[in-house]
Design a protein around this ligand. Structure first.
Ligand SMILES: Cc1ncc(COP(=O)(O)O)c(C=O)c1O
Length: 400
């Protein structure tokens, strides 16, 4: 079912999900099959070569996964999508589709830690070059271009500092240079931001977060033009075995149906939490694009439909105050993930970035007191009360 006048809330539920033709079941069936049969050798060869549409082996796709891929492509206004086994599989596949040994990629300076790790270890081992630049000023991209630059990679809002980059401006720069622009859209989901409509070429998602939204599936998506997606399906995902499986695709299809109301609540809760933190004496700084004081607020209003569910902030003091704060929380749970119904919290300096020397991590905005809060779907006052009591404990400990 499809109707070009539908708004996003309707599209999320109805578009690209037809009732089963035989059984009339509204909920799609799970097809676990790995193998598919063909009437002739010629037909089999045509499906493998792409001359005929079809599915031939589970590592390259599956009917349940195809339904999910069509849905994600449509929500991101892209030609095609590929579902893979994690957000990192999506990111590595997207980068590898643009880069080979000797090529160079310009990367925004605050990217998700896994992306940083992929570039600086595995990609480096296979001869891919990279430079991290501050993309808040697109001129830095032009200044950083080398003859072998083959892609630009950005993340907006960034994890964990919520840096906002102007997608339209950066897309113009990428067109000028003549290389594809890849964007990690995980923090926004396709509901809040559609980078392809702003000129980007490839969108990646960790579907593990808001798209599935229930903390029980690892998955990733790439949305791009159909030729590139076909190449990724056969030559990267298929060869590396990064495929999703049908059962998890089904769970994501199910999770997706409530994405709209989930995201609305995440955003309204996050705005309330950010405003509370912004006026608290124990807080040094709040990073939330919904606050007028955020340097990216105007750009955010232009390219995002709402401000998202992640709030980062700095607790006054140092590493011990940061740890004491998260250890004192009673409702919010200490966790590495985000985008789940539960409020989840992490302290990068003592958790994800603990192995990185202080001066090095500060270059990427990871200060000692920085906290990343994934604001959940609980009552906002309960979340605020929990933050307040934990901050009181930090304050008391600091005063003795
Ligand atoms: C912005 C961003 N991109 C990508 C990923 C990687 O996703 P996954 O854990 O599904 O591989 C994460 C994980 O936290 C993330 O926050």
């Amino acid at each position: 079912m499809s109707n070009c006048n539908w708004k996003i809330d309707t599209r999320i539920i109805h578009e690209k999900l037809e009732p089963d033709k035989k059984t009339r079941a509204i909920v799609p069936s799970i097809t676990p099959a790995v193998a598919y049969s063909f009437s002739t050798a010629e037909e089999a060869a045509n499906v493998v070569s792409g001359l005929e549409d079809g599915i031939y082996y589970g590592r390259y796709g599956n009917p349940t996964i195809r339904q999910l891929e069509e849905k994600i492509a449509s929500l991101e206004f892209g030609e095609a999508a590929l579902a893979v086994s994690s957000g990192m599989a999506a990111i590595s596949t997207a980068l590898l589709s643009c880069l080979k040994s000797g090529d160079h990629v310009l990367v925004t300076k605050d990217v998700y830690g896994g992306t940083y790790s992929f570039l600086t270890s595995l990609a480096e081992r296979i001869g891919i070059k990279y430079d991290f630049v501050d993309c808040t000023n697109p001129q830095n991209i032009l200044d950083g271009v080398l003859p072998n630059t083959k892609a630009i990679y950005i993340e907006t809002p960034s994890n964990p500092n919520l840096t906002i980059l102007d997608i339209e401006k950066i897309a113009k720069v990428s067109k000028k240079i003549g290389v594809p622009l890849i964007i990690d859209n995980t923090f926004m989901s396709p509901i809040l931001q559609n980078p392809l409509l702003l000129g980007a070429d490839i969108v990646v998602h960790s579907g593990t977060k808001y798209i599935n939204g229930h903390g029980d599936v690892l998955c990733g998506f790439i949305v791009a033009d159909a030729d590139r997606i076909n190449m990724m399906r056969k030559k990267i995902m298929g060869d590396l075995g990064q495929n999703l499986n049908a059962f998890e695709a089904y769970l994501v299809i199910r999770g997706l149906k409530t994405m709209s109301i989930r995201i609305e609540k995440h955003c309204s809760n996050a705005q309330k939490v950010a405003e509370f933190l912004d006026s608290h004496p124990m807080i040094e700084k709040v990073y939330y694009p919904g606050l007028e004081s955020h340097p990216g607020h105007e750009i955010a209003k232009k390219q995002m439909r709402a401000m998202g569910g992640i709030v980062s902030f700095e607790v006054k003091g140092g590493i011990n105050e940061g740890k004491r704060f998260i250890n004192s929380l009673e409702l919010a749970m200490i966790s590495f993930s985000l985008g789940d119904p539960e409020t989840l919290v992490q302290h990068p300096a003592s958790m994800t970035h603990a192995q990185i020397p202080k001066e090095e991590r500060k270059k990427y905005g990871i200060t000692d007191g920085l906290i990343r809060l994934s604001v959940g779907l609980e009552d906002p006052q309960d979340i605020i009360n929990d933050l307040e009591q934990a901050l009181k404990k930090v304050e008391l400990a600091a005063s003795v």
